[in-house]
Write a protein that binds this ligand. Sequence first.
Ligand code: NAD
Ligand code: MG
Length: 391
Amino acid sequence: MAAEDGRKKVVILGSTGSIGGNAMDVIRRYPDRFRIAALTCGRNVSRLMDQIAGLDEKDRPLLAVCEREKDAMLVKSNFPGIRTSFGPQGLIDAAELPADVVLNALMGMRGLVPTYHAIRTGHDMALANKETLVAGGGIIMDAIRDSGVKMLPVDSEHSAIFQCLEGNKGKKIRKILLTASGGPFRGWTREQLETVTPEMALKHPNWSMGRKITIDSATMMNKGLEMIEAKWLFGVPIEDIEVVVHPKSIVHSAVEFEDTSILAQMGIPDMRIPISVALGYPDRLAMDLEPLDLFGKASELTFERPDRETFGCMDLAVSASSEGGTMPACMNAANEVLVQAFLDRKIGFLDIETGIRRAMEDHSVIRDPGLDEIVGADRETREKVLESIPE
Ligand code: NAD
Ligand code: MG
């Protein structure tokens, strides 16, 4: 449902985060192409109000959503012409607004329910929120097929794979080559990892991102989550997804076809590119960014196998995926809680992996779960894992 003036109407769930801010930058470059229908934030209401104030009055969103009611009231008092809403229902309200595409840039499992509603309403999805597919990939991809809408990946690796597959519909994929930077602790031993503090883990070598995904990159759980994300998005068995450590983050991922050809997508590590590919689809938008210098940083590209013993989270994700049912939702919930506990200095870096393993061992899997059962498994795991964390 394009705006009356032919512009694409975009809902941004999580506009105040790292992906959300980059998306606002892409949209600002193309005022003639995009119109923002709704913006949502967690607790960063001042950033949300700055984002609204930065738009021309006629281009302001119809709806603004905050996590807390008092923040939504603050937005209303500053911008009386804008409808406001709050909490989990507010995210659903935003997802169901008349729009062309919903960009889900929320962090964590809270993105699942609004994504489901957006798809059922008939909106194309630009999905950055990988936890949604980890926890509920089966029901989300079924909903995509039933509603006949598009799923446009924003995660850089999945955007790369999506681009490699354009023009190759129906061709058999031999392997997906999912690249990984290896994070800040590539080459470290388990013993060294015991000493990791939040400050050390929050320094990612190539990307500036939200705190949770930055820790996931340091444990390599991010790559485990991305393997499951790729399995659902591209319908490839997890055994055919190979993680390739490529420290410079220039090749964003690749696809190997039956004739042994490998198609890869390269570019500077800047999330505005995959965001523009998703929002601009099927067009490719001109982006005024520094081009990739093949004779500079990209002159030597290296690839190595991941160290799966030292970084055990990747294999936890593979076994959760193979187990299926509610197990990936359990794994994801445990990871979210334990990463926060590590950031709060309540547990050590390696306790994240140990705690996820324990939660998975304790979990009774429900097969072919519906949305409610997935949400239930997530809640139950969170409660159990929280109980195990020292105050
Ligand atoms: P972030 O933490 O920077 O932003 C998260 C957004 O969610 C913010 O707008 C925040 O206000 C909102 N939010 C948090 N709690 C909320 C709540 N209770 N209710 C409503 N809104 C809430 O995260 P990010 O780095 O932008 O990542 C977002 C998603 O994109 C994650 O799933 C991440 O894995 C994925 N991703 C991020 C990057 C990146 O470069 N940052 C790259 C690839 C994929
Ligand atoms: Mg990624």
